[in-house]
Design a protein around this ligand. Structure first.
Ligand SMILES: N[C@@H](CCC(=O)N[C@@H](CS)C(=O)NCC(=O)O)C(=O)O
Length: 96
C-alpha cells in the first residue's frame, strides 16, 4: 500500500497535520507501507507550478490534489485523513 503525503514530517510525536494523522493511524494498525511525498502547497503561491505537476498522480487517483490519500494493494483509493484513520482502525494489519 502507498500513502501519498505532503513533504512535512508524517509520523511520530508532534506530527499533527492531516498526513501525520493518517501515518500514525496506519502505524498503530501495524501496517508497513510506502510513502510518496508530493510537491507544493495551496497556501504558497510560489509553489503552485510544482504543486500542479507534483500532485497530478494524486488527482488522477482521487480526483483531488489534497493529500493524504491511501492506495491499497487492490487499487482501492481512500482519501482524507479521517477516512484513512477510520479504515486503519477498522482493518488492523493481520498479525504475522
Ligand atoms: N481534510 C483533509 C485536509 C487535507 C490537507 O489539508 N492536506 C494538506 C497537506 S497536510 C494539503 O494537501 N493541502 C492542499 C495543498 O496544500 O495543496 C484531511 O484531513 O485529509
Amino acid at each position: 500500500m502507498i500513502l501519498y503525503t505532503c513533504g512535512t514530517k508524517t509520523t511520530g510525536p508532534g506530527a499533527l497535520h492531516p498526513c501525520a494523522r493518517a501515518g500514525n493511524a496506519l502505524d498503530e494498525a501495524g501496517y508497513q507501507y510506502e510513502i510518496k511525498t508530493v510537491e507544493g502547497y495551496r497556501m504558497m503561491p510560489w509553489t503552485w507550478k510544482a504543486r500542479n505537476a507534483g500532485r497530478k498522480e494524486v488527482e488522477e487517483l482521487s480526483g483531488t490534489k489534497e493529500v493524504p490519500i491511501l492506495v491499497l494493494d487492490d487499487g482501492e483509493v481512500i482519501s482524507d485523513s479521517s477516512a484513512i484513520a477510520k479504515w486503519a482502525k477498522a482493518n488492523p494489519a493481520p498479525s504475522t
